[in-house]
Design a protein around this ligand. Structure first.
Ligand code: HEC
Length: 115
C-alpha cells in the first residue's frame, strides 16, 4: 500500500514539526520576564510605562523589536550608558523573557503621557 505522504515529504514534515517545538521552547515567557523586570522598573516603570523622560515606554512594543534592542545594547551596536550596564547581566533567555513580558502589556496611551 502506498502512503498518502511520500517518505521524503514525511521526513521534511517531521523536521519542520521538530523545529517548531524547538522554537517554542526558545521563545520568551512573559511570566518569567515579569519576575526579571524588577531590574527595569526604576526607569521603565512597573507596568512598562516609563518613569523618566529619557527612558522609553516598553509596554506593548513588538517583542522582536525589544529583544533586538537589548541584543544591540549588549553588543554595543546601540549605545546608552545606563542600558549598557543593565544588559551585561542579561542572558539571551532573560532577553527573550523580558521582551515577551513587555510586549504582553497594554501599550502606553498618548493621552496619559507625561505632561
Ligand atoms: C537606570 C535606568 C534604566 C534601567 C534600570 C533600565 N533601562 Fe532600559 N533604557 C533606559 C534609557 C535611558 C533608555 C533609552 C536609551 C536610548 O536613548 O538609546 C532605555 C532603552 C531601553 C530599550 C529600548 C527601547 C526602544 O524603544 O528602543 C529597551 C528595550 C530597554 N531599555 C529595556 C530595558 C530592560 C528590559 C531593563 C531591565 C532589565 C531596562 N531597560 C532597565 C534606562 C534604563
Amino acid at each position: 500500500m502506498r502512503s498518502i505522504i511520500p517518505m521524503k515529504h514525511a521526513r521534511a514534515l517531521a523536521v519542520a514539526a521538530f523545529a517548531l517545538v524547538a522554537l517554542e521552547a526558545l521563545a520568551g515567557s512573559p511570566a518569567a520576564g515579569k519576575a526579571k523586570a524588577a531590574l527595569c522598573a526604576a526607569c521603565h516603570g512597573l507596568d512598562g510605562r516609563s518613569q523618566m523622560p529619557e527612558a522609553p515606554h516598553l509596554a506593548g512594543q513588538v517583542e522582536g523589536y525589544l529583544a533586538a534592542q537589548l541584543h544591540a545594547f549588549k553588543s554595543g551596536e546601540r549605545h546608552n550608558e545606563q542600558m549598557a550596564i543593565i544588559v551585561k547581566a542579561l542572558s539571551p533567555q532573560d532577553i527573550d523573557d523580558l521582551a515577551a513580558y513587555y510586549a504582553s502589556l497594554p501599550p502606553s496611551n498618548a493621552a496619559d503621557a507625561h505632561p
